[in-house]
Design a protein around this ligand. Structure first.
Ligand code: GDP
Ligand code: IMO
Ligand code: MG
Length: 427
C-alpha cells in the first residue's frame, strides 16, 4: 500500500478531478502541489457538478486536504471557492483544509498584467487562462512576491506589499499604464487575512509530525505534463513544474514519498490555448470529438482544440514523469466513430521518428503517422467490466497499452462518478 501521485499526461483536462475523487477514499489525505486557480477539476455526482480550481478534489469526500508551498493562491478566489462548496453542503473547516504558509499569494494585479500581456502579444499570445499565474510565479522566482505568512504581521505585509507594488509601478509607468493602488490592495489583504490565516500551517512541521507521518497520501497534480515549464512545449506552457517530482518539493517531503505515479490520459487529445499540437484535427472529426466530449474549458469556457490520441506524446509524458500506471478516460467519447486513429510515430522531413522533438519549429512540422482502427459504434457508458466492452474497444485499449508499454488500470466511460472500470488494484 503506497502513496500515489496523479498527473495529467497530455495538455490538461484529462479527467484528473474525476480519478482523484474515485480513488481518494483509499487515502488519508489529498495534497495539491502546483499551479493555481488556472486548474478546473470536475467531479460529477448525479445531477450535481463540482468544479474545483484551487481546492484539492478530496474535499468532496471530506478528506483531509492540503495545499502545498508551490501553489500560487489567490486568496479572494480561495474564499469564494470555499463558500461556493459550503453552499453545496461540502464540509470545509480548518480541520480538513490546511494551506502551506509559505505558498505564494496571487494578487488582483497579477491577473491584470497577465491579460494585458496577452493582449499586447496578440497573434503571438500563449492563450493563458488570464488568471495571473505567470506573473505571480515570476514574482516568486524574483523573490519579491508575498507568502501566506506575510499576512501574519501587518507591518511586514505593508513593507513587502509596498516593495512589490513599487516594482511593478515603475514598469507600468514606463509603458504609460495605470498604476497599481497600494492602498486598495493593502485594504483588500487586511480584509481577508483573518479568514485565510486559520487554514495556514508550517507545512514542514505538519507533514513531518508524528501524527501525519504514517498517513497514506494522494497527490493531485494540476495542468498536464506537456504544460510543464521545463519539459513542455515551451513557451506555450504554464509557469509551474507539473511533473510528479514537484509533489515532493512542494510539500517538503522525501522524494520517494510520492509513491506510484498514475498518469491520466484521454482516449484522444485536447489542448486549450496556443502551441504545437501534432494530432490536432481541424476537420469535422475534431469538431465531433469536441461536441461528444463537451470540450470547453472548465475555467475559461474556451473551446478545446481536439485531435487523435498521440502515443509519441504520451511516451514522452511517461518518461518525464515516471508513470507506472495509466487511467484512460473518456473512451465513451469515441463510441460513435466508424474509424479511430492512434498516432504511433511522427514523420519529420524524410525520417520517421518515435520521440517528440524539443523545438516548436520541429514539432510544428512533424506529420503524425497513424494506425487506423475500426470503431465499435456502440455505447460504452454503463459497462462495468472490461470483458463486456465491445471487442473493438478492447482492441483499441490493447493497442494503446502495447504502444506505451505501461498498464492501463482504470477506464473511464462517462462523466459520472461511477462511470469507471477498475482493471487492476493499485491502491
Ligand atoms: P481535469 O482538469 O483533468 O480534472 O479535467 P476537467 O474536469 O477539466 O475536464 C474533464 C471533463 O470531462 C469534465 O467535464 C469531466 O466531467 C468529463 N469527464 C471525465 N471523465 C469522463 C469520461 O470518462 N467520459 C466523459 N464523457 N466525460 C468525462
Ligand atoms: P487542469 O488542471 C488545460 C493552459 C492554458 C494555456 C497555458 C498557460 O484543469 O488540467 P496559464 O494560465 O497557466 O498561464 O496558461 O496553460 N492551462 C490549462 N489547460 N487545463 C488546465 O488545468 C490548464 N491550466 C493552464 O490554457 O494554454
Ligand atoms: Mg481541467
Amino acid at each position: 500500500m503506497k502513496n500515489l501521485t496523479i498527473v495529467g499526461a497530455q495538455w490538461g483536462d484529462e479527467g484528473k478531478g474525476k480519478i482523484v475523487d474515485h480513488l481518494c477514499d483509499k487515502f488519508d489525505a489529498v495534497l495539491r502541489f502546483q499551479g493555481g486557480h488556472n486548474a478546473g477539476h470536475t467531479i460529477v455526482i448525479g445531477k450535481e457538478k463540482f468544479i474545483l480550481s484551487i481546492l484539492p478534489s478530496g474535499l468532496i469526500r471530506n478528506k483531509l486536504c492540503i495545499i502545498g508551498s508551490s501553489v500560487v493562491i489567490d486568496p479572494i478566489h480561495l474564499l469564494n471557492e470555499i463558500n461556493l462548496l459550503k453552499k453545496k453542503k461540502i464540509n470545509i473547516s480548518t480541520n480538513n483544509l490546511k494551506i502551506a504558509n509559505n505558498a505564494s499569494i496571487l494578487l488582483p494585479f497579477h491577473s491584470l498584467i497577465d491579460k494585458a500581456r496577452e493582449k499586447e502579444l496578440s497573434k503571438k499570445k500563449i492563450g493563458t487562462t488570464g488568471r495571473g499565474i505567470g506573473p505571480c510565479y515570476e514574482d516568486k522566482i524574483a523573490r519579491r512576491g508575498l507568502k501566506i505568512y506575510d499576512l501574519e504581521d501587518t507591518n511586514t505585509l505593508k513593507t513587502r506589499l509596498n516593495n512589490l507594488i513599487n516594482f511593478h509601478n515603475i514598469f507600468l509607468k514606463s509603458v504609460s499604464q495605470k498604476k497599481i493602488s497600494f492602498k486598495k490592495t493593502f485594504k483588500l489583504l487586511l480584509s481577508i487575512r483573518k479568514k485565510i490565516l486559520p487554514f495556514s500551517v508550517n507545512i514542514n512541521e505538519f507533514v513531518n509530525s508524528k501524527l501525519f507521518f504514517k498517513k497514506k497520501l494522494l497527490f493531485e497534480g494540476a495542468q498536464g505534463l506537456m504544460l510543464d515549464i521545463d519539459h513542455g512545449t515551451f513557451p506555450f506552457v504554464t509557469s509551474s513544474n507539473t511533473i510528479p517530482a514537484t509533489a515532493a518539493s512542494s510539500l517538503g517531503l522525501k522524494p520517494s514519498k510520492i509513491g506510484h505515479i498514475l498518469g491520466i490520459m484521454k482516449a484522444y487529445t485536447t489542448r486549450v490555448g496556443e502551441g504545437p499540437f501534432p494530432t490536432e484535427l481541424k476537420s469535422n472529426i475534431g469538431l465531433e470529438l469536441a461536441k461528444n466530449g463537451h470540450e470547453f474549458g472548465s475555467v475559461t469556457g474556451r473551446p478545446r482544440r481536439c485531435g487523435w490520441f498521440d502515443a509519441v506524446q504520451c511516451k514522452k509524458a511517461i518518461n518525464i514523469a515516471g508513470i507506472d500506471f495509466i487511467a484512460l478516460t473518456k473512451i465513451d467519447v469515441l463510441d460513435n466513430f466508424e474509424e479511430i486513429k492512434i498516432c504511433y510515430k511522427y514523420k519529420m522531413g524524410k525520417k520517421n521518428i518515435d520521440f517528440m522533438p524539443s523545438s516548436n519549429k520541429d514539432l510544428n512540422n512533424v506529420k503524425p503517422l497513424y494506425k487506423t482502427l475500426k470503431g465499435w459504434c456502440e455505447k460504452t457508458t454503463g459497462i462495468k467490466n472490461k470483458i463486456n466492452l465491445p471487442k473493438k474497444a478492447q482492441e483499441f485499449i490493447k493497442v494503446i497499452e502495447a504502444l506505451l508499454n505501461v498498464p492501463i488500470v482504470y477506464l473511464s466511460n462517462g462523466p459520472e462518478r461511477n462511470d469507471i472500470i477498475n482493471l487492476k488494484r493499485i491502491t
